[in-house]
Design a protein around this ligand. Structure first.
Ligand code: HEC
Ligand code: HEC
Length: 372
């Protein structure tokens, strides 16, 4: 009788181990891809679509024009941890300057609800600027501001709600461009469909608003338009203080693209900025993308591996200068946490099953014996 109690306890223990271990990772794995609160959803889109990265100024310390001691450390932070260079006290108050040499410079606008920002803009005017790149005065916004005509209506509303929730900050922005922006003759037609729920479409939508193509598609040297037959197949190098950086071929092509990358490798590159060989990626805005919900990250990766056409296009390897190499190598081990977790679950399940199995055999043979 006592033996039987021990056996029962073992069975319960075995089941417990299985249930506990199988249940634990799932409890945290599936937060929703969308947020119910529009302000929270707007903040989400502002992070992953990089409105924050462009519309928040960088700290003077990281600006070569303002810092005489601009050196290795500043360059390194700018290249590898760009988010850390932002001035959080001037959140979304404009000021990132894009310098085009002789053509002048354009500054990302103040998007806070101050009168020097969007304080006097209506919701519809803000939405039109984002969707079609036109200003209420009829001016065409500089093309560095990505127009997002595919942005879903609910995400536009969420962005407006978020922008209006920001602390108003006084910051008058004036642009000084030698050549005026092209006139707003043919603004892009807004599509304003609902947020796609199908995984492939959702992935495509995310890749568009997150502008992977802006850095990973080569542009025609004449027209400066992206070359769509080389969509996501890598582009011309970015020449920087720290080396020559190529945003590589991220199509699923075997050999020249990411054909042999596992889903986890891609996830790690996108949200942790770690390359398959453990090197930290430069310029790749992984800190902005680290906000992605697990569901959206899944959809984006599915789109890249299963929807995007493989393009045969070999891109040279990024070549960093000597002082920066030591900062970027080995930031991530080849072993991911998740890979360590999987055998752990396996051991627990097998262990649990073994305990139940032994328990049942003991119980069964005892029954047989006692029934004889
Ligand atoms: C790559 C940098 C970049 C990104 C990303 C970006 N913007 Fe902009 N944005 C700019 C620049 C530069 C301007 C100024 C253009 C001009 O004055 O011609 C601008 C202008 C604007 C304007 C017009 C404001 C005014 O006062 O004229 C709005 C509204 C705006 N952006 C909203 C957004 C939102 C919302 C997002 C994210 C969905 C976003 N931007 C992402 C660079 C960016
Ligand atoms: C601001 C420019 C920029 C944007 C936007 C950008 N990337 Fe990148 N990405 C880069 C650069 C540059 C590299 C290479 C960095 C290096 O080699 O150090 C890179 C590297 C990568 C890699 C690793 C490829 C390899 O062969 O090592 C992946 C994967 C990747 N990006 C995916 C994406 C995805 C997906 C998006 C959109 C969600 C995206 N990137 C948006 C600039 C960008």
């Amino acid at each position: 009788m006592q033996r039987r109690i021990v056996v029962m306890v073992l069975i319960v223990l075995g089941l417990g181990i299985i249930v506990f271990n199988a249940g634990a990772p799932q409890a945290t794995a599936n937060p929703p891809g969308q947020f119910d609160d529009p302000v929270r959803q707007g903040e989400y889109i502002a992070n992953i679509a990089r409105c924050v990265a462009c519309h928040t100024p960088i700290l003077a310390q990281y600006d070569p024009n303002q810092n005489e001691e601009y050196g290795e450390e500043e360059i390194r932070t700018g290249a590898l941890f760009a988010r850390d260079t932002l001035d959080n006290d001037m959140w979304m108050a404009g000021g990132t300057v894009f310098n085009f040499g002789a053509a002048g410079a354009v500054t990302a606008s103040n998007l806070t609800p101050h009168e020097t920002g969007l304080g006097e803009w209506t919701d519809e005017e803000i939405k039109a600027a984002i969707q079609s790149g036109v200003s209420p005065d009829g001016r065409r916004l500089h093309p560095i501001m990505p127009t997002m005509n595919i942005m879903a209506e609910s995400d536009l509303d969420a962005l407006v709600a978020y922008l209006k929730s920001l602390e108003p900050i006084e910051n008058e922005i004036t642009n000084d461009l030698a050549v005026a922006n092209p006139p707003a003759e043919a603004p892009e037609e807004p599509i304003a469909a609902p947020v796609p729920s199908d995984q492939a479409e959702r992935g495509a939508y995310l890749a568009t608003i997150m502008n992977c193509s802006g850095c990973h598609t080569a542009s025609d040297p004449e027209t400066r338009q992206p070359m769509m037959d080389l969509f996501l197949a890598g582009r011309q190098p970015f020449e920087r203080d720290y080396g020559v950086v190529y945003a590589g071929n991220i199509t699923p092509h075997d050999g020249t693209g990411l054909g042999n990358w596992e889903h986890e490798d891609l996830e790690r590159a996108i949200v942790e900025g770690v390359r398959i060989d453990g090197r930290r990626l430069g310029l790749m805005p992984w800190q902005d993308y680290s906000h992605l919900t697990p569901e959206d990250l899944d959809a984006l990766v599915f789109y890249l591996t299963d929807v995007v056409q493989p393009v045969d296009n070999a891109i040279p390897a990024t070549a960093l200068n000597e002082p920066y190499i030591e900062f970027v190598e080995g930031v991530g081990d080849a072993d991911d946490d998740e890979e360590d977790e999987a055998p752990g679950i396996l051991v627990a399940v097998v262990g649990g099953l073994l305990i139940i199995g032994i328990g049942s055999i003991v119980l069964f043979t005892r029954r047989r014996k006692s029934s004889k």
